[in-house]
Design a protein. Structure first.
Length: 550
């Protein structure tokens, strides 16, 4: 079967949950027994998201094959409960680079190369390639930005051309916003009407309007939007603000969006197979656990570096980590809260740590790069290690835990990572051999050790108990590694290297024995990227159990 396409486009303004609407629609269609594929077309000129500062663009999500992408891809994988291929992510930069490289190698055979048709056709190729690679029945493409942006015009053109060729196989969904201005006290549909008119200028018309608003749309409002925007009333979907993003699929389902979309795509409302029905049942259970009245709530301190623009940015930078904690807490039926701690405040006054850990039951040091805030992080790790407070170190968080141990337990002077001090005396964390040339050439884009790698776990270790497996696969994003020259010394003083690469050369996980510390685990990988709502991640489960005293 040829794939059908749904283009999701934002109207009025950004940040109203287009990505969550796309992911939710994907989940619903998947649980109706169709093979669904989610694609993101980002208007940036960056070739991938890897070189962007998280405070600029939120978290960099790493895909299985190693592409560094937008946090939306994380939501797609979490909602669909499946790995997504990297062909499903594109940026304007990626598209233009392909076209320009092709032109430079005479690929257009002397033709004048133009946005239309060449850039547009490259986009269409990518949409189709993503559908083919995933053998999907339905491909949902989320176009970044909103209607009327100059930057996403080519992505719209591509959608228009595809709809013109196969009108029955392509539908358009607009996620719009209906404001209720305080002084008027009434929900206004005018901005949405204007957005649709602007969309019409591209030669596109919505088949569905998902109306984001503070409160649910009443019948009268649906009628008004239907008439003024020329969309059937049953295709106007109400999407009011809700407590948790994970409620969205449940809400959409009440409006029967799945059935209506299948009808619009001339697809049958078939009986879902066992796997799809189970996925929906598991989702409902998970959401129930999210809203359960929790008898116990744990507070986790998260010491981060990306504080430049306030807490809000920080949350965005570590989105997957936060979600992973929520999933593990939902599974354990406990509440979880995060306290953001700016490591610079600890550098100024270490006594702050006492107060922080009066309130907090555990610590996560997530991934990071560079020098800022590192001293404060090292102090925090020392504090939780000595005071037996559960600790999970992710990537930089593992590397810094090794540095702290080498300094304070081995008693070495001048310990560091060569990322911070190239000439330090004890290069306990050092650049990976394969990365040296990249640094010299300043080849920084997409060149880290990226994507999925296998890791062997030592039997009898904490991580082996948690994963219940001899071998695991996790996603990675790093240039530096534990220097093997120090492994024996560290082990002789009680640090256990419980996870190693398949060839045994790269230290992937560390831990301290249970009788020394209730939970002290670090991983070179990013377990947060593989944590899913209905199957929380073993390492996050471990941290929660550690805080529960189990
Ligand atoms: N900066 C460290 C490295 O490159 C850790 C990276 C990370 O935390 N993702 O190895």
């Amino acid at each position: 079967m040829k794939s059908k396409y749904i283009f999701v486009i934002g109207g009025v303004m950004s940040g109203v949950g287009k990505g969550i609407a796309t992911s939710s629609l994907g989940l619903i269609l998947k649980t109706k027994g169709y093979k669904v594929n989610l694609v993101k077309a980002d208007p940036y000129l960056n070739v991938d998201a890897g070189t962007m500062n998280p405070t600029e663009h939120g978290e960099v999500f790493v895909m299985k094959e190693g592409l560094e992408t937008d946090q939306d891809m994380g939501n797609y994988e979490r909602f669909l409960h499946q790995d997504i291929h990297q062909v499903n992510y594109m940026t304007s930069g990626m598209v233009y680079k392909t076209v320009i490289d092709k032109e430079r190698s005479l690929g257009y055979k002397g033709k004048c190369v133009e946005a239309i048709p060449h850039v547009r056709d490259e986009i269409i190729n990518r949409y189709k390639e993503a559908a083919k690679e995933n053998k999907s029945d339905i491909t949902i493409v989320e176009i970044g930005g909103t209607i009327g942006d100059f930057q996403n015009a080519m992505f719209m053109e591509a959608a228009k051309t595809m709809k013109l060729k196969d009108p029955k196989d392509v539908i358009v969904v607009v996620v719009s916003y209906l404001p209720t201005p305080g002084a008027i006290g009434e929900m206004k549909s005018k901005p949405t009407q204007s957005a649709i008119r602007e969309l019409n200028g591209y030669g596109l018309h919505p088949d569905f309007i998902i109306a984001r608003s503070e409160v649910a749309l009443d019948d009268k409002r649906k009628e008004k939007i239907s008439i003024s925007c020329n969309v059937p009333k049953e295709n106007v979907i109400s999407a009011p603000d809700i407590k948790s993003i994970y409620d969205v699929p449940i809400n959409f389902n009440k409006d029967k969006i799945g059935e209506a979309v299948l009808k619009a795509l001339s697809l049958k409302n078939k009986k879902p197979d066992a796997e799809s029905s189970k996925l929906w049942g598991d989702w409902e259970n998970f959401v129930k656990n999210v809203h359960l009245n929790k008898t116990k709530t744990f507070r986790v301190a998260m010491i981060g570096k990306y504080f430049d623009s306030g807490d809000f940015t920080l949350m965005d930078s570590y989105l997957s980590v936060m979600e992973a904690l929520k999933f593990a807490a939902a599974k354990a039926k406990v509440g979880v809260e995060i306290e953001w701690v700016d490591s610079k405040t600890i550098e100024k006054d270490q006594n702050i740590l006492k107060d922080v850990f009066k309130r907090c039951h555990g610590l996560i040091v997530p991934g990071g790069f560079g020098t800022t805030g590192v001293d404060g992080i090292l102090k925090s790790i020392e504090y939780v290690r000595k005071n037996k407070i559960p600790y999970l170190g992710i990537c930089y968080g593992m590397q810094l835990a090794v540095i702290e141990y080498a300094t304070n337990v081995l008693g070495l002077k001048g310990v560091n990572t060569t990322e911070i001090d190239k000439d330090c005396k004890h290069k306990v964390i050092d650049i990976m051999e394969s990365q040296k040339e990249n640094l010299v050439k300043l080849a920084m884009g997409g060149s880290m050790r990226l994507g999925s790698y296998r890791c062997k776990l030592a039997r009898g270790s904490i991580v082996h108990d948690l994963y219940k497996s001899d071998e695991v696969i996790e996603r990675h994003r790093h240039r530096y590694e534990v220097n093997n020259d120090y492994v024996d010394q560290l082990e002789s003083k009680g640090m256990i290297f419980s996870g190693k690469s398949i060839d045994g050369k790269l230290m992937e996980m560390i831990e301290l024995k249970k009788d020394k510390h209730p939970f002290f685990v670090g991983t070179q990988s990013h377990p947060e990227f593989l944590s899913r709502p209905t199957t929380s991640h073993p390492l996050f489960d471990g941290l929660i159990k550690g805080m529960m005293g189990k």
